[in-house]
Structures are given as C-alpha cells and as structure tokens.
Ligand binder design. Structure first.
Ligand code: PLP
Length: 351
C-alpha cells in the first residue's frame, strides 16, 4: 500500500540511512498527482510514449508561452547540455563559462574536440559578465551561463544578463541553464531568460523536473530554443523521456500546490541554514538554488570524510575552491542534524 501525505510523497520516511545533502535532490518529495499519473500509466508501458510526449510538449509550451516546435523534451536536462556541446564543439572552437561552475556541457565540449575558456567569479562568487565578455574571441561559438550558478547558487541581475546576451557577437549562442531558477528570489517571472527565446535571440534554455519538481530519478527535462537550433541539436538526440516520466511531468505542471510547497519549503529551510551560518560567522555565497556554498576552511575531501563519519553526505569538490563545501537543502530535520554535526566538526578542526 502506498501512503500519501498531503502534497508530497516521502519515500525515505523512517529510514536510518545517511542525511543525503550531496546531490541537490529534492527532500520534499514530488507531486502526488504525478505519482497517480505514473500508477495509471503502468499497465501501458508496453507501448511507446508518442502521445504522452506530445501531451508533455503541449503542457511545456503553454508554460513557457512558446510554440510547441520550440520544445525539446529529454531524459533530464543533462542531455540538452550534452547535445548542445556535441552540436557546437569542433577543433579550434571554444565555449566560454565560469569556474567554479557546472561542468557537464564544458566537459562534453572538450571531449568533442573543442576548447573551454573558464573565467573566475567575482568576490561575491557571482558571474562577472565583463570578464566573461572579455574572454569571448573570434573562435567562441557558445557561452554557458548557469543561473543560479552551481555550486555557488548566485544569480545574475536579469537586466544585465539580457543586455549581455543581446550584445553577444553574431554566431555566439547563449546557453542558459535555469535548473534551479524557480528557487531564486523573484523566481522565473523576474529572472528567466525565456523572453529572449520568445524574441528569437540565439538562446538555448534548459530546464529540469529533477529539482523543484523532485523527480530526479525519473529523468525528465527539456530545452527551449528556436526550431533551427532544435534541428541542429536533434542530430545528436539519443531518446526523449520515457512514458512514465512524460505523464508525471505533465501532471506536475498541473499541480501548483506541490510546486508552492516545494518552493516555500526550500526557501524557509535555506533561510534557517543561512541564519545559523550568520550566527556562526561562516562565509557563504547568496543562495538562490537548492543548496548553499559555504567556506569551511577545511580541505573538502577531509571535510566530506569527517561529515560522512557522522552520517552526513555533503557535496563534492568544486575546483578551485577546495576549502568550500556545497550543501544541498534537505528537510528542516535533516538540516538541523547537519548544522549540529557541522558545528562539532568545525570545532574539532579548531574553527
Ligand atoms: N544543470 C545543472 C546546473 C545541474 O545542477 C544539474 C544537475 O544537478 C543538471 C543541469 C542536470 O540535471 P538533470 O539531468 O537531472 O536535469
């Protein structure tokens, strides 16, 4: 028998496992409507997902206010990043981005023969758009902008980002990864670059159901871009989301109650964590995603091991900031545990 809570499905209830705040997964569960849609669809998974994919495209197109042929559904948003890298990478061509940042697109770009130019963040651990602009040269074909940035969680001022993208030289595509943007102050409405896609700018935007919608294990995401870009990326398409993912994602978009619960839970627990870090005098980057990047002053591998010994799993190393740690936001209970273990570990290190 499956137990439903009011809005969420808490599959970890009662488990004695570690506190998993290492992978930016959603600790608040996922939509109950999505779960019902999955269960209803189970008898039919002997069939392909043609209709369900079309229904998902329609639902996403309505959400993004773009025509359906702008939408490319994928198995998580990662494949959009990989396809874009494969489509644009070539010997002598480069992609410009930042460090520390999310490296999936960058690494693929390098594997497919291209070069990467990584720019440092500013003192607030935010994108320095002037520096990014300065790194663009005649061989640049793409700029990868992760907003909020993973691992720092900082966002870029939307007007500045729009002006930056409009100003890019011809032939340079802006790839905007908005995996966590629903959790930013102001949300999608204030901060998304979707309006530039609608205006026909050279923008590829990626979004996912893995984060605020809590369906990381199901693998559903999508790209939004004009049809000519979609055609270019499609040459590298390796398969869209599966049937269960399609119906679950479509149902999630029709469940504002879960969405609001997820966003408000993230924001309130995130504030609880940063309030305590303030009290402890720990430096951190202003978080707009589902995680907080903080300075421990302890080498990250060592810090990970100390925390793991206390049953708390924290984020991996993000070069070159080896004495900082990315901690995903879990439930209030999990983060209370994290904070007490964190204090003990820091004391043990003389911090
Ligand atoms: N983009 C960013 C910034 C991420 O942090 C992640 C996952 O952590 C992804 C994309 C890819 O996630 P998914 O493939 O689950 O949509």
């Amino acid at each position: 028998q499956v137990a439903f809570s009011q809005h969420e499905v808490d599959t970890d209830e009662g488990s004695q496992g570690p506190v998993k705040i290492n992978g930016n997964e959603n600790a608040f569960g996922y939509s109950q409507m999505a779960m019902m849609a999955i269960m209803q669809e189970l008898p039919d998974i002997n069939r392909y997902a043609f209709e369900e994919t079309m229904e998902l495209i329609d639902a996403i197109a309505m959400r993004e206010m773009v025509p359906g042929d702008y939408i490319m559904p994928t198995a998580g948003s990662g494949p959009v990043l990989v396809m874009a890298a494969m489509a644009y990478a070539a010997p002598g061509k480069n992609v410009v981005s930042v460090e520390p940042g999310y490296t999936q697109l960058i690494r693929t770009f390098e594997k497919f023969g291209g070069e990467t130019k990584l720019v440092a963040l500013n003192d607030e651990l935010e994108y320095d758009l002037e520096a990014v602009k300065a790194a663009i040269d005649e061989n640049t074909v793409m700029v990868y902008l992760c907003n909020p940035n993973n691992p720092t969680g900082t966002i870029v001022d939307p007007d500045e980002l729009k002006a930056f993208i409009r100003d890019l030289p011809d032939g340079v595509v802006a790839f905007v990864d908005e995996a966590y943007l629903e959790l930013s102050e102001g949300g999608l409405e204030a901060n998304s670059m979707i309006s530039l896609v609608r205006e026909g700018e050279d923008v590829i935007l990626a979004r996912t159901f893995s984060k605020v919608y809590g369906m990381a294990g199901l693998r559903v995401g999508y790209g939004v871009m004009k049809p000519e870009f979609k055609k270019k990326l499609s040459d590298f398409h390796m398969g869209g989301p599966n049937k269960l993912g399609c119906v679950a994602a479509t149902a999630s978009l029709q469940d504002p109650a879960f969405f609001e619960m997820s966003v408000s839970s993230y924001k309130s627990v995130r504030k609880m964590v940063t309030d305590r870090l303030d009290e402890l005098g720990i430096e951190y980057a202003t978080p707009h995603g589902s995680f907080v990047f903080m300075k421990t002053g302890v080498p990250i591998k060592e810090f990970q091991a100390l925390m793991e010994a206390e049953n708390v799993l924290v984020g991996r190393p993000f070069p070159p900031m080896f004495d900082w740690c990315r901690v995903s936001i879990g439930t209030e209970e999990e983060m209370t545990t994290f904070l007490s273990v964190f204090e003990e570990v820091m004391k043990g290190q003389g911090k």
